[in-house]
Design a protein around this ligand. Structure first.
Ligand SMILES: NC(=O)c1ccc[n+]([C@@H]2O[C@H](COP(=O)([O-])OP(=O)(O)OC[C@H]3O[C@@H](n4cnc5c(N)ncnc54)[C@H](OP(=O)(O)O)[C@@H]3O)[C@@H](O)[C@H]2O)c1
Length: 301
């Protein structure tokens, strides 16, 4: 089958290649993939990425063969899938607990945008225990995780502070539910209860001074690549909790929840760009260069 493979000589270190078809385990459905999405964290950014491997966390398509144990969706069912690798291929073997069935109204492109970014935002908010009326600051709000986090925090009844790199990067966030779109922590007028942090570095360090007593910081990523000079007494004096989260594993029910929100029009997929997977390298570079606002989706043609 064809698949996107790590190729250090190609633009964006990604190229179409040919790899063996996956062999599903007894609890895995075989899915013919129609659309995939790119996430910052999975893009091959350095020589460390293993040449010839097939990355890919997010993929949506049609079940070609049901799991041998009879569980899960049946041939012809449209599904969205999550996995730790090998999603950027014509076929994917997926444990039946790591997918959700799609209603006809949800396109493959929109569904492919959901898994990692949507699950991460959902699980970060759940970890923080966000309640109606709480103030939630979200860094990297212009990105894939950020745009879902803004929407889900708004749906949870929070007052949302979206932090972005520039006003242009914040376009569309107010319509998604951001009450304040800011380019720096100094714009936070009242201390927030929760920070969902995608960026780390000096921004996170500064935000620690804008959190109410007993507040929570959920560390999702550190896209800035900067060191984060934390003063421990900022945590101590205000009894702050700092916790890291990971999105994956046992995702079926949460994926189903996100698909329902999408189908009901309560969640926007924030797909900023759809290309053919033949353009994967160029699209990956655009994501790394902060040219994408939200999600980049590739169709498997
Ligand atoms: N813990 C987990 O399970 C998990 C899951 C998914 C993602 N992550 C991590 O969470 C972070 C966000 O992921 P994502 O998929 O939303 O990424 P993304 O779509 O690329 O968004 C990242 C955002 O970070 C901001 N940013 C700040 N400094 C940056 C820099 N130096 N280079 C690039 N972007 C910078 C950008 O916003 P502005 O341009 O507006 O500043 C960008 O929109 C990443 O670090 C990723 O690795 C973790």
């Amino acid at each position: 089958m064809r698949a996107l493979v790590v190729d250090h000589s190609a633009a964006g270190r990604l190229a179409l290649g040919t790899v063996p078809d996956p062999v599903p385990g007894p609890d895995e459905a075989l899915v013919k993939i129609a659309a995939i999405s790119l996430n910052y964290g999975e893009l091959p950014k350095s020589d460390d990425a293993a040449e010839g491997t097939v990355p890919g966390w997010d993929a949506a398509g049609v079940v070609e063969r049901a799991a041998a144990n009879g569980r899960g969706p049946q041939p012809g069912d449209r599904v969205v899938t999550w996995g730790l690798n090998a999603g950027w291929a014509e076929l994917r073997a997926v444990p039946v607990g790591e997918l959700a069935v799609l209603p006809a109204a949800v396109t493959f492109a929109d569904a492919a945008a959901l898994p990692v970014a949507g699950l991460t935002a959902l699980r970060a908010l759940r970890t923080a225990g966000v309640r109606p009326g709480q103030r939630v600051a979200i860094t990297g709000a212009s990105g894939g995780v950020g745009r879902f986090a803004v929407q889900l925090a708004h749906l949870a009844g929070a007052e949302v502070y979206a932090l972005v790199g520039s006003p242009a990067r914040g376009a569309g966030l107010a319509a998604l539910g951001a009450d304040h779109v800011l380019t720096g922590a100094e714009g936070i007028d009242t201390p927030v209860d929760v920070v969902l942090d995608n960026v780390g570095g000096s921004l996170l360090a500064e935000l620690l001074g804008h959190i109410a007593p007993d507040g929570k910081v959920i560390s999702i990523g550190a896209t800035s690549g900067e060191p984060t000079p934390i003063q421990p007494y900022q945590l101590v004096l205000n009894r702050l909790t700092l916790v890291g989260i990971q999105a994956g594993g046992d995702t079926g029910a949460d994926l189903g929840h996100l698909v329902r929100l999408l189908a009901e029009g309560r969640l926007q997929p924030s797909v900023d760009r759809v290309d053919s997977w033949e353009q994967a390298g160029k699209t990956a570079l655009a994501l790394l260069d902060r040219e994408i606002r939200g999600k980049a989706v590739l169709t498997v043609t």
